[in-house]
Design a protein around this ligand. Structure first.
Ligand code: WTA
Length: 646
C-alpha cells in the first residue's frame, strides 16, 4: 500500500526552518533517557505541585505517570495564558452552520468557563462526579468540558449523533447524575431536536438526573424545561462574574472518560488522567501538529470523539493557540465551505480524516482551487488508513506541495498520536503512517508475539507505557487487563494490544492495515460488530445476524449486515427497514448498515462459529479461500447470490 520510493517526499525546507521540532537526534535522546525523556511532555504544562517520579511501573499494567504531581487542566488551558498577558488572544473561533461566527478570547472563554463551573457546583456537582455532555459542535461543549475540569468533575462526552438508548447506556454505566445538552441543532439546514432524545434517555434511567439545556435554536424550536432541568443562559446570568479557583487535581485523577466500541456488545469507558493525558496531548500537538501560540489551527473532527478532545480542545488550548470549531458539514451550503473557512480565517494547520479527503477528491479540485489556501503550513490526517492516491491529492491540491502531511495513527485509548512522521524531520512515504514517535514502542508481531520480518503483516502492539495512555476501563479493571494486555504479555513484560494489523518496512515505517478484531471503522466512527448485531437480533423475525465491514469508496468501510430470518418471517423491505431503524435507535444513524443481505443461514464452522472472514470476502467480492471447514458450505453460494441481488 505504501507509495514507491520515487513518490516519497522530504519536508519542505521552508517548513523545517520554522518547525517546533527539527532535532534529528530526538529518537536516540529519548531512547537513552527513557522514561525520563517524558519530562519534556510534563514541562509543557504548569504544575500546581511538581511530581516526584516520572513513571511508577510497580502495579503494571496499571501504570502511573508524573507521580505526586498536581495540576488543573482548565488552569493550563486558560488562566496561565491570561497571566502571560495573552488575555485578548483568540482561543476559539466558532463557525456556525448558518454562517454565524463567534470568537472567544482567552479572557472571554475563562469568564464563561468560570460561570459554568460555579453553576455546576451550585447544582451539586462535586469533585469526581461524572458529568455527561451531549452537545453538538457549539462553543458550549468545550466550555462545559473546561468547567468540569476546573472543579475536578470528570466529563463523559457522548457524540451528539448517538441515540437516546446509547446515551442512557453510557450514563448508566458511568453512574452519571448530571447532563448538559441542548434544545436542538441544525442538520443539513433543518432544525433537529436533540432534547427529545435526551429526555427519552432520562426516562430510561432509574436515578434522578440534573440537566442543563443550552438554547441553540431559539425560536426555531420550542422546548420546555421539566423539574431538575435548567437553562444554560439563566445559569450564566445567575452566576455572572463568578470566579472558581481551579481545583488542584492529582496528576493521576481522572480528567474524563470516553466511551468507545470494543469487541463485546457493551461500550467501554476509556479513562484518561489529568497529568499524563494533558501533557501528551499538548506535547504531540506541539511536536507533530507543529502548533504555535500565534497560529490559527483547525481540527475538523467532532469534539464528541477523542480526536476533538485531544486536538480541538485540550492540546491546542494548553498551547495557547486559536482553535477553530465548525458546526456544519463540508458540503453545506456548498462544497467550498471548508476552503472558504480556511481562507477567511487564514488557517495555518489543518487536521482532518481520510474519509473527508476521499469526498473532496470525488467532488473535484475546482472547489479548493477557487480559494486562497496559501496560509496553510501543515496538513494532518487521522482515523483510518489513507491510500497513496488520496494522500497525494491532499498534498497537491490542498497543500500546494509545500506543506508536510502527517498521517497520524492513534486510538481513543492512546490519548494522543503514537505513530507518524515528525513533520520537520522525517521523509514522508504516502500510505505509511511512519515510525513510532520518540519514546513510543510500537512493534509488529506475529501470532506468537515474536517481532516479524520487514514487509510481513502482523499485530500492531506497543511494548512500553506512555504518558497519554488510558489507565483502565471505567469500573472494569479486569476487562482492561484481559482485553488489552493478556494476549502478548510475558511475565512482567507488558505488551499493549492495539487491535490493528500492520506491516513495517526496513526503516521502521508502519503501515496500518485496519482492525483485526470485531471493530469496524466507518468514516472514522468506531463501531463494534457485536453492538450492531445485538440491535438487529432484537428485531422480531430475525433469527441471526452477522455484521462485517466491507470496502466503501468514500467511507473507507461500510457496515454490511447478513441476516437470517426465523419461521415467522419472510425477508422483506419492511423487515429491512425495521432492522435499519433498530440500529439507528440503539446506536445512531451513523451506524446504519449500507446493505442488509438476507440469507437462509449464516456460514458456520463445525464448532458453530460464524465465519465472518468469509462474509467480509463476499462483501468485498474477494476470493473466498478455503471453505472446507464450514458446516454448511452450500450456504456460501446462496449468500453470494443474495449479495449480487442487492
Ligand atoms: C484507526 C481515533 C490507519 C485504527 C484517533 C485505530 C488509523 C482506530 C489511523 C482508532 C491512521 C486511526 N491510519 N488507521 N492514521 N488512525 N486509525 O479510537 O484502526 O476512534 O485502531 O481513535 O482508528 O479509532 P478511535
Amino acid at each position: 500500500m505504501t507509495a514507491p520510493p520515487d513518490e516519497h517526499r522530504e519536508p519542505p525546507s521552508s517548513f523545517v526552518e520554522q518547525a517546533n521540532l527539527r532535532d534529528r537526534t530526538i529518537c536516540e535522546e529519548f531512547e537513552a533517557n527513557w522514561p525520563g525523556c517524558w519530562e519534556q511532555a510534563a514541562d509543557v504544562l504548569d504544575w500546581h505541585r511538581e511530581y516526584d517520579q516520572v513513571l511508577d511501573e510497580s502495579n503494571a499494567p496499571f501504570y502511573e505517570w508524573f507521580c505526586g504531581g498536581e495540576l488543573n487542566a482548565s488552569y493550563n488551558c486558560l488562566d496561565r495564558h491570561i497571566e502571560a498577558g495573552r488575555k485578548n488572544h483568540a482561543a476559539l473561533k466558532w463557525e456556525g452552520k448558518r454562517r454565524e461566527t463567534r470568537t472567544y478570547t482567552y479572557q472571554d472563554l475563562s469568564h464563561e468557563v468560570n460561570e459554568v463551573a460555579a453553576a455546576l457546583r451550585d447544582l451539586g456537582v462535586g469533585e469526581d462526579d461524572v458529568v455527561t455532555l451531549y452537545l453538538p459542535m457549539i462553543p458550549e461543549l468545550p466550555i462545559a468540558m473546561l468547567a468540569c475540569a476546573r472543579i475536578g468533575a470528570p466529563h463523559s462526552v457522548v457524540f451528539a449523533g448517538f441515540s437516546a438508548d446509547a446515551l442512557a447506556t453510557r450514563m448508566e454505566s458511568a453512574t452519571s447524575e448530571y447532563l448538559i445538552t441542548c434544545d436542538g441543532y441544525y442538520r443539513r439546514g433543518n432544525a433537529f431536536n436533540q432534547k427529545s432524545k435526551a429526555d427519552n434517555a432520562l426516562m430510561e434511567l432509574d436515578n434522578d438526573v440534573t440537566t442543563v439545556v443550552v438554547d441553540r435554536l431559539g425560536e426555531e424550536l420550542d422546548h420546555t424545561l421539566d423539574e431538575r432541568q435548567y437553562d444554560y443562559e439563566d445559569l450564566l446570568i445567575a452566576h455572572a462574574g463568578a470566579r472558581v479557583s481551579p481545583v488542584a487535581r492529582d496528576g493521576e485523577d481522572m480528567l474524563f472518560l470516553m466511551y468507545t466500541s470494543g469487541t463485546t456488545g457493551e461500550p467501554k469507558g476509556v479513562t484518561h488522567t489529568t497529568g499524563g493525558y494533558l501533557s501528551y496531548a499538548a506535547w504531540t500537538a506541539r511536536t507533530v501538529l507543529d502548533v504555535k501560540p500565534e497560529d490559527t489551527y483547525w481540527c475538523s473532527a467532532d469534539i464528541g470523539w477523542i480526536t476533538g478532545h485531544s486536538y480541538t480542545v485540550y492540546g491546542p488550548l494548553a498551547l495557547g493557540t486559536t482553535s477553530v470549531i465548525y458546526e456544519g458539514t463540508p458540503d453545506y451550503p456548498d462544497r467550498s465551505r471548508l476552503w472558504e473557512i480556511i481562507e477567511r480565517n487564514a488557517v495555518d494547520v489543518f487536521y482532518t480524516a481520510p474519509t473527508a479527503i476521499r469526498a473532496f477528491m470525488k467532488w473535484g479540485e475546482q472547489y479548493p482551487e477557487s480559494h486562497d489556501l496559501s496560509s496553510l503550513r501543515l496538513l494532518g490526517t487521522v482515523g483510518e488508513p489513507i491510500n497513496p492516491r488520496a494522500w497525494k491529492w491532499y498534498y497537491t491540491h490542498i497543500g500546494n506541495e509545500s506543506c508536510p502531511v502527517v498521517d497520524t495513527w492513534w486510538q481513543t485509548e492512546t490519548g494522543g498520536i503514537m505513530i507518524t512522521t515528525l513533520p520537520g524531520v522525517n521523509t514522508m512515504k504516502p500510505g505509511s503512517a511512519g515510525p513510532s514517535l520518540p519514546g513510543i514502542g510500537a512493534r509488529v508481531v506475529s501470532e506468537d508475539g515474536s517481532t516479524i520480518e520487514a514487509g510481513e503483516a502482523g499485530y500492531l502492539v506497543i511494548d512500553r507505557p506512555w504518558p497519554g495512555m488510558f489507565r483502565t476501563l471505567y469500573g472494569n479493571d479486569d476487562q482492561y487487563v484481559h482485553e488489552y494486555w493478556d494476549r502478548f504479555s510475558v511475565d512482567d513484560e507488558w505488551v499493549y494490544l492495539t487491535g490493528d494489523g500492520a506491516t513495517v518496512d526496513e526503516d521502521g515505517y508502519i503501515t496500518v492495515l485496519g482492525r483485526v478484531d470485531d471493530v469496524i471503522n466507518v468514516s472514522g466512527h468506531r463501531l463494534g460488530t457485536m453492538e450492531i448485531e445485538s440491535a438487529i437480533v432484537g428485531v422480531s423475525g430475525v433469527a441471526e445476524a452477522a455484521v462485517v465491514g466491507g470496502n466503501h469508496e468514500t467511507n473507507g468501510t461500510a457496515v454490511y449486515a447478513y441476516v437470517s430470518t426465523d419461521h415467522s418471517q419472510e425477508p422483506s423491505e419492511a423487515l429491512e427497514a425495521r432492522i435499519t431503524d433498530a440500529v439507528e435507535d440503539t446506536i445512531g444513524p451513523f451506524a446504519r448498515p449500507e446493505d442488509v443481505i438476507f440469507t437462509p443461514e449464516l456460514p458456520k464452522t463445525r464448532s458453530g462459529k460464524i465465519m465472518r472472514r468469509l462474509l467480509e470476502n463476499i462483501a468485498n467480492h474477494e476470493p473466498l479461500g478455503d471453505t472446507s471447514t464450514l458446516r454448511n458450505p452450500e450456504v456460501v453460494g446462496e449468500i453470494e447470490a443474495a449479495d449480487r441481488k442487492e
